[in-house]
Design a protein around this ligand. Structure first.
Ligand code: NAD
Length: 313
């Protein structure tokens, strides 16, 4: 089998590394493409084939994976004479793993020539999960086609779930992200309550993490707020894009996302203040600045008195 991979960023580099290991065991070939020369050179040094253009990559691919920032880049690579749609051979499959716009994907699917299978296949589990091969993939499209590629998908996911017809994967991903981002803003607010009452934030973290409010976001994101790194593995601008897509989907499906619009506003403000490439948990810097208090894992001298006085308020 000949496999192509476009987009070797935070997510793509982990997925492609696991695919490369699988290809090397099973005698398949992996070709890669990215505008980032350093990322491509690293994969080439490990045995992947370098492609210089989309058409060269597609000529060497029965199966294509893409991991790109947004619909803008996906459409630019998909359309035109040298694009993905015109160059994929009949019978080939394109698994699109980015978090993409539902209507943009539906339009590409409708323009795809007969015999090309487009599967929306966004992933959840973060860059850590991509590197560890433990992602969950949410798939939309022809189930019988997806089943043929199950061993390939298993090489870099712990679960690949068929959610329904085309676009069902993206829709499920946006529902998951909606909850994810509400909780991301929520941990900032919960920690700030603790900080203002002078609670020890490490102890508060332990308590939240073993309480009925525990979640992946609580467990994995709070330490990256408390150490001041705000999680470099995902860009703030991509989170803002996701919140835009979530609110668009809400409008399209006529679901009022009361919290969704408030949290989207916070992501827009944070991206304006700190830039597209800032780490995504910079959204919590907004709360820190508004409250003039940094959320760090400091230990306080006399917690009881302060907590008691805060609780009396
Ligand atoms: P990223 O910015 O780290 O990676 C994107 C990659 O695409 C980069 O290597 C970039 O050079 C490459 N690229 C951009 N334009 C290109 C072009 N025209 N041709 C070839 N390569 C091009 O982003 P990421 O964090 O890896 O996210 C990728 C997608 O996955 C996004 O849609 C994101 O929303 C989604 N996602 C990210 C995470 C995460 O935790 N990072 C988790 C789940 C889903």
């Amino acid at each position: 089998m000949k496999i192509g991979f476009i987009g070797l960023g935070n997510m793509g580099s982990g997925m492609a590394a696991n695919l490369l290991a699988y290809c090397q065991c099973e005698g398949h070939q992996l070709s890669v493409l990215d505008i980032n020369e350093t990322a491509v050179a690293l994969f080439e040094s490990k045995g992947a084939m370098r492609a210089h253009s989309v058409s060269e990559l597609i000529a060497n691919s029965d199966v294509l994976f893409t991991s790109l920032p947004s619909a803008k880049e996906i459409n630019a690579l998909a359309l035109g004479d040298s694009g993905i749609l015109k160059n994929l051979q009949p019978g080939s499959v394109w698994f699109e793993t980015s978090t993409n716009e539902v209507s943009a994907w539906a339009s590409l699917r409708d323009q795809a020539p007969e015999g090309i299978n487009l599967i929306d296949a966004p992933v959840t589990g973060g860059a850590e999960g991509a590197a560890a091969g433990t992602l969950t993939m949410l798939l939309g499209g022809d189930k019988s086609v997806i089943e043929q590629y199950q061993p390939l998908l298993n090489s870099f996911t712990k679960r690949a779930v068929h959610m329904g017809p085309s676009c069902a994967g993206y829709t499920a991903k946006l529902a998951q992200l909606h909850l994810n981002y509400l909780v991301a803003q929520g941990i900032g607010e919960a920690l700030m309550l603790g900080a203002k009452a002078k609670l020890d934030l490490n102890t508060l973290y332990e308590v939240l993490n073993s309480s009925c409010a525990s979640s992946y976001v609580v467990e994995n994101y709070i330490p990256k707020v408390l150490d001041g790194t705000y999680d470099e593995s995902f860009k703030l601008g991509l989170a803002e894009k996701d919140m835009r897509l979530i609110n668009q989907l809400g409008e399209h499906l006529e679901v009022e996302l009361t919290l969704g619009s408030v949290v989207y506003d916070s992501y827009q403000k944070a991206t304006q203040s700190y830039g597209f490439d800032a780490p995504h948990l910079s959204i919590i810097r907004l709360i820190e600045e508004q409250s003039m208090t940094q959320l760090r894992n400091f230990v306080i001298e006399n917690p009881r008195t302060d907590v008691e006085s805060a609780l009396e308020m």
